[in-house]
Design a protein around this ligand. Structure first.
Ligand code: FAD
Length: 465
């Protein structure tokens, strides 16, 4: 039996990877992408310039043969380099060793690589084609080109990978309400840049901090945590860093509302991030020109319209970026969906329902953990109680690896379902809190007794694949 043709809306990260996998499984795939072809037009930029790729995303890329190519274009990040207000900094490793690291990849380079791979597998891309409306009953879609000229086409099975502002989602919702809820975060973000060390005067480079032409340690995700706000910086292969300032959007200082221009922002940086400002010679330009990004979490009760249309990636479950998992989660989605479609070709309503059954509890869990991680990044990484818990956790992980694994590690370095990581993390955290209430100084905790409490209370962790 021949497979149903697929009409994919959106050729971003998730759309391009899904297109490759469906084409590899023999589906005829047409992808309609609103933007021009980034390989010809140059990448116009998404909302963040680089992203952290972790094991879940890598696993999906491995399954399509792309992981090595991507890693060649990535910079390894071993952990968080936490910078305090006095200019001191220290590395908090993410995993146990260099087998547990995350990777900074350029969004543009990754998208280009995925588009090439999808085309090579047989998917057809149509750029400058924005979905505007859908007639689900007649299975027709309307698309507008860059000049706003519209045309109508008959559609195959519709899949929306058109991101957080999905036009397909809006069309589905107008046909049959999807139970949509958007929770905006009251913090926004702005991207800035630290150029390669060669573009900076020697006097501003702090002795010993940078390496290999980078102004800061290259193999780390840098954080300047300041309670209710923070800066982070991720390395780029061209030896620069993309810096992101996360700050309340409105309200009393400090907020974006109280930084109306680059001069006010420079004063704020001089006071709050003194070591950082001299590393950003184009600060004023970047601050004035780069937009303030908004962030929100999207929850949907229904991800599909019977067997006619389905949402995937950010279009179904956009989350805040503080666990660095939005793309990773979307990549995990693509493998699940491609396999389900390949296995059961006819009953699309059932395939779509099964996809939602498998992925929604996990998407809800990572949405929650991403929100929690914001507090952890901007605040707790410098908090003594958090550090004590981390230290005790590390001792337990070494002593009873069958019964304790840090939640961050489950999310970032394993394929354990996000939902499991959330629930197991809560159970472990309750025990850590109990132990620290009884004995606040980690050095005086009897690790054998603590380990025994974990072993007798919690089931063993699943075996890792
Ligand atoms: P998008 O990347 O948004 O792609 C959607 C595509 O659809 C785009 O190409 C768009 O042009 C196209 N499109 C839109 N409308 C239409 C239309 N009407 N018709 C046709 N095409 C259309 N995730 C991580 O895993 N790690 C990170 O470190 C990380 N950092 C982040 C930092 C920030 C500041 C932000 C905002 C997000 C971050 N994310 C991160 C999340 C990640 O960016 C998203 O989860 C990921 O881009 C989702 O991919 P997507 O393909 O679903 O959507």
């Amino acid at each position: 039996m021949s497979q149903h043709p697929i009409t994919l809306i959106g050729g971003g990260l998730v759309g391009a990877l899904l297109a490759q996998q469906l084409a590899q499984r023999g589906f005829a795939v047409d992808v309609f992408e609103k933007r021009p072809d980034p390989r010809q037009a140059g990448f116009l930029g998404g909302r963040s310039i680089n992203l952290a790729l972790a094991e879940r995303g890598l696993h999906a890329l491995r399954s399509t043969g792309l992981a090595d190519d991507v890693l060649q274009r990535a910079v390894m990040m071993r952990g968080r380099m936490v910078h305090d207000r006095d200019g001191q900094h220290g590395l908090q490793r993410y995993g146990i060793d260099d087998s547990e690291v995350i990777w900074s990849v350029s969004r543009g380079a990754l998208n280009t690589l995925l588009l090439d791979a999808a085309e090579a597998a047989g998917a057809k891309f149509h750029f400058d084609q924005a979905l505007t409306t859908v007639d689900f009953d007649r299975q027709r879609i309307r698309l507008a080109d860059a000049n706003g000229v519209e045309r109508e086409l008959s559609a195959g099975l519709l899949i929306g990978a058109d991101g957080a502002g999905s036009a397909l989602r809006a069309a589905m919702n107008a046909h049959t309400p999807l139970g949509e809820r958007v929770e905006p975060l009251d913090h926004g973000y702005k991207e800035l840049e630290i150029p390669p060390a060669s573009e900076l005067p020697a006097a501003v480079l702090q002795a010993g901090e940078g390496r290999d032409g980078f102004a800061l340690e290259p193999n780390a995700l840098h954080i300047w945590p300041h309670g209710s706000y923070m800066c982070i910086a991720l390395p780029n292969t061209e030896r620069s860093f993309t810096v992101t300032l996360f700050l309340p959007s409105q309200g009393a200082a400090p907020s974006f509302a109280t930084l109306p221009d680059a001069a006010a922002a420079a004063t704020f940086f001089t006071e709050q991030f003194p070591g950082l400002l001299p590393l950003m010679p184009r600060f004023a330009e970047d601050f004035e020109h780069n937009p303030i990004g908004t962030l929100s979490t999207l929850y949907l009760q229904r991800w599909h319209l019977d067997g006619r249309a389905l949402l995937i990636g950010d279009a179904a479950h956009a989350i805040v970026p503080f666990h660095g998992q939005g793309m990773n989660c979307g990549f995990e989605d693509t493998v699940v969906l491609a396999n389900l479609l390949a296995e059961a070709r006819d009953d699309h309503a059932e395939v779509f329902a099964e996809f939602q059954r498998q992925r929604q509890p996990n998407a809800d869990a990572i949405a929650r953990m991403a929100l929690e991680n914001y507090i952890e990044m901007r605040d707790s990484v410098a908090d003594p109680h958090y550090l004590a818990k981390r230290e005790l956790g590390a001792l337990l992980a070494a002593r009873i690896p069958t019964h304790y694994m840090a939640r961050y590690r489950m999310v970032t370095f394993t394929h354990l379902p996000y939902r499991y990581a959330l629930e197991r993390g809560q159970a472990q955290d309750a025990l850590l809190e109990q132990l620290l209430r009884e004995t606040p100084d980690v050095a005086t905790i009897d690790i054998d007794t603590a380990a025994q409490r974990f072993v007798s209370t919690l089931a063993p962790l699943p075996e890792l694949r």
